[in-house]
Design a protein around this ligand. Sequence first.
Ligand code: GLN
Length: 459
Amino acid sequence: AEAFNANVAGAKALNAFIVETPEHALAAAKQADADRAAGTLKPLSGVPIGMKDLFATNGVQTTAASHMLEGFVPRYESTVSQKLWDAGAGMLGKLNLDQFAMGSSNETSYFGNVISPWRRKDGGPNLKEGAALAPGGSSGGSSAAIAARLCPAATGTDTGGSIRQPAAFTGISGIKPTYGRCSRWGIVAFASSLDQAGPMARDVRDCAIMLQNMAGFDAKDATSLDLPVPDWEAALSGDLKGKKVGIPREYRLDGIDPDIDAMWDAGIAMLKDAGAEVVEISLPHTKYALPAYYIIAPAEASSNLARYDGVRYGLRDLPQGAGLQDMYAATRAEGFGPEVKRRIMIGTYVLSAGFYDAYYTQAQKVRALISRDFTAAFETCDVILAPTAPSAAFGLGEKTADPLAMYLNDVFAVPASLAGLPAMSVPAALNREELPLGLQIIGKAFDEQGVLNAGLAIE
Ligand code: GLN
């Protein structure tokens, strides 16, 4: 009992869950027993998963890790979560994240940061001050919970790396499918032209099984892909004979951590062993992806977040004797955290009449060029291999004072987001501090299979 209680306390110390819903998982487990007896087991019968708290869950608080939505209990279910329940899964709870999914370390959450279960080699086994590491973000609750074995799988969302980077930081797998594969209906919107849901799990096969049960056309999402969902798990194969893997020259950044380069080279060797041919490719506009992303994503966010007005959802701050405008101002001042306010201000600025063409239009042009780079590259290769992030997990607090340093961590993740392509992170190596590093596989639109298969060859 003592060991059990210590484990529970340890698990809680990670702060991975905002709300726990054991009754939901238990009901699914009981249903699984009944289904087994009746011979009607479903693909995920009884599997207890974690749900990123960006997905609306009927009757269960949904906050996007913001004060603005604290106490908000939706009366509807997101399409993706509903599909998972229909497949038999149960929910252990709502997972912590960066506030409105804005961040790369889970430190912008109103409910406090998540702690990665990993420690640097010299960091000691306990949560020593300064030794705790970020689980990545924004899906940091999802990554930490899976890495700590609190749940076998979880949902994530990826606008500019939020599935892949936390997966890399915690030694797990995660895939962002092609934009439009998973319905955005019922997911708190950040940047609608980029937002995409996907699974995070311990390995590639589990990701394939989860994705199978999350994807599919949904008439309620205007950008949903009207395509059949392939049986990705059945076609999983680590045999890459006849496949070409592209290595983008522009991702070899000067001065990058030598452990990252070594991992990349080891990954290339693994794919060759699996039968693939490796070719060098060029994605010439790569260096403009990060600045374009940090214009487009805040622009869309500033528009999407206009709905939090103190009238329709969650928080309302109505000072004594105040009018409507004062209520808007007071509610938004109190409800949004500093990073969210920064994005709203950047977004509003780049969309304003005097600056629209110089920033927003320009960023959209860059986005088109980045897409074209990928289209051209995929004429000579089937998948692209690159690091997921330029470093291993950094320490909590290490980058919070410098937003630009935080944004730079997304440098390898955002190009695939801007192009809407499927991309996955798989654990590939440990660095000198014995921390996990992830490799990213980027695929052609709709070719999740190619991505998963290359991932399988690496993990
Ligand atoms: N780190 C990126 C950002 O802060 C990506 C976040 C995401 O994918 N949700 O915008």
